[in-house]
Design a binder for this molecule. Structure first.
Ligand SMILES: [Fe+2]
Length: 417
């Protein structure tokens, strides 16, 4: 299974194995959001709001800015549900700000009309940018840092509210939120968690909630953490406000147990197809009882630490923060020359016995037979070696071709430089 690298801090410039550099514009850690991690998980996580003034380093407009949203709006590819407009507490129908545009012969019926969005914004509407981590690569980096720690699905939503306007009526959400103020200011009212937390959406009237328990003004760089179901309302002050809500869908015990059950019930002994209707055998009930006992025994025998690690890994690889460099890897494999340094990948390679001068190797589910000296060289490869010299005594051009083949199979990779 692919494991995300330990992400403490995303470098402003990262070097890929090919040396291709990408400018990830913003550099932050999980601690920037929560402060001391131990204190956060012991005292705030799932319990109460946490406000951190001036928590984010650098210029938070590098994460996302009003200017960047102008650019995105004009790209003609942002469509509902990635953009939504909310006015006076209710959603504006999409027809109010979209039109049909033909792209590659296909009629895209809900292409956003920037002028209409601007008109609504001037009239006081809030523009909501949903799942921005599916659109803006820098925000994908952002969700990775959080998903990696929280082991849950993470999505980033941007809220842009005009001066003096309240975006939504007081409500609570089914998700934990990290709110990061990026531009302007926003005054937040928070109420105590309801006695019963259902993990649902709900709206409130001002009368139902009474006086807020906490009132805070968020300024650029401030972070506010809200556990799921915290009732909240927010209003912009004397400037256009832009904030991100990083939404984390809690995985409750019932969700985790369902995953564990799925794993435990996947054994072959649970694959038979019993008839359980009126004409079922007399022994079916007893058999059912046996299956329940067998399942319970399997669950009981689980290594709970290893299972929690597996569940955490599943959470990290949920949609919303995946990333990959396969195109780059394929392109750089094609560019391998005799002088390019190669190394063994982390992939597990099983070597078979020497059979008439050839050895079978199994890697990533592929079986190939290679000359035994090649297998021996690969088995002992520890340092980075130029592709042309990787197989001693073999012509450099031929060695390079063989190394390219082994790179495609995932046995070798270009060494970082
Ligand atoms: Fe909300």
């Amino acid at each position: 299974m692919y494991r995300l690298p330990p992400l403490r801090r995303i470098k402003a410039f990262r070097s890929t194995p090919s040396g291709i550099e990408r400018n990830a514009m913003y550099d932050f850690t999980f601690e920037d959001l929560v402060g001391d991690e131990k204190v956060f998980f012991a005292e705030y996580f799932d319990k109460k709001p946490l406000l951190r003034k001036n928590a984010m380093p650098g210029d938070v407009r590098d994460i996302l800015s009003v200017r960047k949203l102008d650019e995105l709006l004009h790209m003609e590819s942002i469509r509902p549900p990635y953009i939504k407009v909310n006015h006076n507490g209710s959603g504006v129908p999409e027809k109010g700000y979209t039109r049909s545009v033909v792209v590659q012969g296909v009629n895209i019926t809900d292409t956003v009309v920037p002028e209409k969005i601007y008109e609504l914004f001037r009239a006081g509407a809030t523009v909501t940018w949903c799942s921005l981590n599916q659109i803006v690569p820098e925000l994908r980096d952002f969700t990775r840092v959080i998903s990696d720690k929280m082991a849950v699905r993470t999505d980033v939503v941007g809220f842009m509210t005009p001066t003096k306007k309240r975006g939504y009526l007081p409500h609570h959400d089914p998700v934990d939120l990290f709110i990061v103020q990026l531009e302007g200011t926003k005054r937040w009212k928070l109420w105590d968690l309801p006695a019963q937390r259902e993990g649902d959406n709900a709206s409130y009237t001002d009368e139902e909630l009474g006086e807020p328990a906490i009132e805070v003004l968020l300024e650029p760089g401030d972070v506010l953490y809200l556990p799921y179901n915290t009732p909240h309302a927010a209003a912009a002050e004397d400037q256009v406000s832009l904030h991100l809500s990083i939404m984390m869908r809690p995985r409750m015990w019932k969700d985790l147990l369902r995953e564990t059950f799925e794993q435990a019930a996947s054994g072959p002994e649970f694959n038979q197809y019993p008839h359980i209707g009126a004409l079922r055998d007399a022994g079916t009930e007893a058999l059912f009882r046996q299956k329940i006992a067998a399942l319970a025994a399997r669950m009981d025998a689980l290594d709970s630490g290893a299972e929690l690690d597996r569940l955490a890994e599943l959470g990290r690889t949920m949609p919303g923060s995946s990333h990959g460099t396969t195109f780059q890897t394929i392109a750089e494999t094609d560019r391998i020359t005799p002088s390019v340094l190669l190394r063994r990948t982390a992939a597990v390679v099983e070597f078979g016995a020497n059979d008439g001068g050839r050895t079978q190797m199994t890697v990533n589910g592929h079986k190939i037979a290679v000359p035994t000296p090649v297998a021996e060289t690969l088995a002992g490869l520890e340092a980075d070696v130029p592709a042309g010299d990787i197989f001693p005594g073999v012509d450099p051009e031929r060695a390079t071709k063989a190394a390219q083949g082994l790179t495609r199979l995932g046995v070798l990779e270009v060494a970082p430089h």
